[in-house]
Design a protein around this ligand. Structure first.
Ligand code: NOJ
Length: 701
């Protein structure tokens, strides 16, 4: 393959090579310019084209001199969801609640089949940024706050996407994008190289190890240096040190923003010189890239060897996908939204729901009359979250709900066929509720035995360009629940929202609380069955829930604080920690057993713990293993997740769960950014809920 690619590069003109590095958007405003690029027949890639439109783009390529197919990229972020007929899986944040690598791989595979069958080649997924600042608009797109969980789940979904070379995955946004200062997307971050290596680089390294074919450069900067122009982060660290052999695409218009927003280049030509010599291989959207890069190569500002290297990488990915020799095979279109994917999606929705509170009201086996209350009980848009045909592009005019999508109201009606189900909206997230709307909901609930209140947020408060200061329940949502509680109603709250909200007050006034985030097509059915007890809860939080709006940072793996690490006017512990989630099963943990007490640096610790299901309900439990380096020359977090296993335990049974933990994974980066594993004492913690820990210690010599 490499020889074939070299030969092809030898035959290519400079113009053909630079065109391979250009990606053009199907939706750009200047259609005449877009069409000019299409007609060239040599442009490397197009984005946001749907399968039904690809022929317009491929025909000129087929008629071109070298007939190199373009690669079509799409934001298939949780399913091929920009296409209405396709399966809309739960959002990445919801899927992270499953702590299930196999499920993520299956979802990646199903999505890849749908994307490939539609005629496309490349998904801009997974997002490996961490969701550590709730103000940031794109928390819903992350696997949560922890780099280890993001590394595992990211690798799993990449394996699924790239199975059988169905599509290329794209690890994004490299690097530190979620850590934008103040949660304000984008450009500056307050991270250093050492800190980036300690936390943010790890999921991306895992992506390289999983063979991820492409990476996307973030909009932002690290320590003042734009990633787009950073030879150090792109070439030296990603390509040379980590050994990434695929290609790197910039994020949207990054070249232009070097000039207009980051002000590190005087003009586009200078931006192209900076970006190409840094090691970016493809330019997303910036249409001036082609001409300016050509100019810069001709005047010697960019060496042709840099162009050859980028083209080599792009062609390598195209070759792997079978785009160069006409061997690209595609599944039949019937896989799109098929029954098998629907079943998988249902499982994903069941497994990603997290039970946060249950005072005994659940499972609700039967009820004569159930009042379903809330805007989000009927809002497909809120349930889907970002990156579906409802919101992209801008939004599609035909964005009406799919018939087969289960909202909460639809699910409850189906799961409780003999109950009378009444519905009322009650509140408006945009704050447009009238007194009448509010009172009607109270009246509707009055005669019902139990209320299922579906609360949360929607896309007005989530997503790119929608950072917020107050992650709260908007409109009169809390007031409504308080009022219902005062009337003595039994209330089951279901949250449909993009990110953790401050729900400490709500928690006091409801009998049960279920978090679904953005649960996809099947969420309503899955949650109704969970409420009834026809399914069991197993989801765990991949992100902590704060007590107060201002409790930043709120993630679990913080450092110790001299003054106790708390704000004077807030309690230290968060409301629900990372790893938390209840179940109808009741699991009890034994003490931790290690094979030895002392280890050499090249050895592994064998950790075991027995978990007993002390209930009469079968269930899945996620056994979480954390560690702490007790004395270290650099600051280390109070606790860091280092492994987890999801196990099925039958009612009344116990099983032994074992972990093999290589000592060389317990290291840290010193002030010179060298990875070190020092001897000394370590603590291990095992937990099933992120707050009750079994603890033991060992020594490394
Ligand atoms: C900008 C977003 O940051 C990125 O995640 C997305 O893949 C591209 N636009 C393409 O839509």
């Amino acid at each position: 393959m490499e020889q074939y690619i070299e030969k092809l590069i030898e035959q290519m003109t400079l113009e053909e090579k630079v065109a391979q590095m250009q990606q053009i958007s199907a939706n750009m405003a200047d259609k005449a310019l877009r069409n000019k690029f299409i007609e060239m027949g040599t442009v490397g890639s197009f984005l946001h084209v749907l399968g039904s439109e690809t022929a317009d783009y491929t025909t000129p390529a087929e008629n071109s001199r070298l007939k190199i197919s373009p690669i079509f990229g799409i934001d298939a972020i949780h399913g091929h969801a920009l296409l209405k007929e396709a399966t809309v899986f739960p959002s990445q944040l919801a899927l992270a609640c499953t702590f299930d690598d196999n499920l993520l791989e299956e979802i990646g595979y199903a999505t890849a089949k749908e994307v490939c069958a539609d005629g496309l080649d490349w998904v801009f997924s997974p997002v490996l940024c961490l969701g550590r600042d709730l103000r940031w608009g794109r928390i819903d797109e992350t696997f949560g706050e922890d780099y280890y969980l993001a590394s595992r789940l990211g690798s799993a979904i990449i394996n699924g996407y790239q199975k059988d070379n169905l599509v290329a995955a794209c690890a994004k946004h490299y690097l530190g994008y979620g850590e934008a200062t103040g949660g304000r997307d984008s450009y500056d971050t307050e991270i250093t190289e050492r800190y980036a290596r300690e936390i943010f680089l790890k999921p991306f390294k895992a992506a390289v190890d999983a063979g991820c074919m492409t990476f996307m450069t973030a909009y932002g900067t690290i320590d003042g240096k734009p990633l787009t122009a950073s030879r150090k982060w792109i070439t030296e660290i990603l390509k040379e040190e980590l050994g990434f052999d695929g290609f790197i695409v910039t994020d949207w218009d990054n070249y232009k923003s070097l000039v207009t927003c980051l002000h590190t280049a005087e003009n586009i030509e200078e931006a192209c010189v900076d970006g190409v010599t840094a090691g970016n291989d493809m330019a997303m959207f910036t249409c001036d890239f082609y001409e300016n890069t050509l100019k810069a190569v001709k005047s010697g500002k960019i060496p042709e060897s840099a162009i050859n290297e980028s083209v080599r990488r792009i062609l390598r990915v195209k070759a792997r996908l079978g785009l160069l020799d006409g061997t690209r095979a595609r599944p039949p279109k019937s896989v799109i939204g098929c029954e098998e994917h629907k079943k998988l999606n249902y499982k994903a929705a069941v497994d990603s729901a997290v039970l946060l509170k249950n005072n005994g009201i659940l499972p609700l086996k039967a009820a004569k009359k159930i009042a379903v209350i809330g805007e989000n009980a009927v809002s497909v848009r809120a349930q889907y979250g970002d990156w579906t045909y409802f919101s992209h592009p801008d939004p599609k005019p035909e964005a009406t709900a799919k018939e087969k999508t289960y909202t909460l109201l639809k699910g409850v009606k189906e799961v409780y066929p003999s109950s009378e189900i009444v519905y009322s909206q009650g509140y408006s997230i945009s704050g447009e509720e009238t007194e009448d709307m509010f009172n009607k909901a109270i009246d509707t609930a009055e005669s019902a035995e139990v209320v299922i209140a579906v609360l949360g947020d929607n896309l007005d408060w989530n997503g790119e360009g929608r950072d917020i200061v107050n992650p709260v329940l908007r409109g009169r949502q809390i007031e409504l629940i308080k009022e219902l509680n005062a009337k003595g109603k039994k209330i089951i709250c279901v949250l449909v929202n993009g990110k953790p909200l401050v729900i400490s007050e709500l928690e006091k006034y409801c009998d049960a609380l279920i978090e679904t985030f953005n649960g996809g097509d099947m969420c309503g059915l899955a949650v109704a069955k969970l409420i009834k007890g026809e399914e069991n809860f197993s989801g765990k939080l991949p992100i902590s829930f704060p007590n107060e709006v201002g409790s930043h940072p709120n993630y679990y793996n913080q450092y110790e604080h001299w003054h106790g690490g708390r704000y004077k006017d807030a309690q230290k512990e968060c409301l629900f920690p990372f790893g938390f989630g209840l179940s109808y099963s009741k699991f009890a943990y034994s003490e931790i057993t290690l094979d030895k007490d002392e280890f050499g640096k090249d050895e592994s610790v064998r950790v075991s713990v027995t978990v007993e299901n002390q209930s009469d309900t079968d269930g899945f439990e996620t056994v979480q293993l954390y560690f702490k380096d007790k004395v270290c020359k650099m600051l280390t977090p109070v606790r860091q997740l280092i492994d987890y296993k999801k196990v099925f335990i039958k009612a009344g049974q116990k099983i032994k769960v074992e972990f093999e933990l290589p000592i060389d994974r317990l290291g840290y980066y010193d002030e010179n950014c060298n990875y070190r594993v020092d001897g000394g004492d370590f603590t291990l913690f095992v937990s099933g809920n992120g707050k009750d820990f079994k603890e033991t210690a060992f020594r490394v010599n």
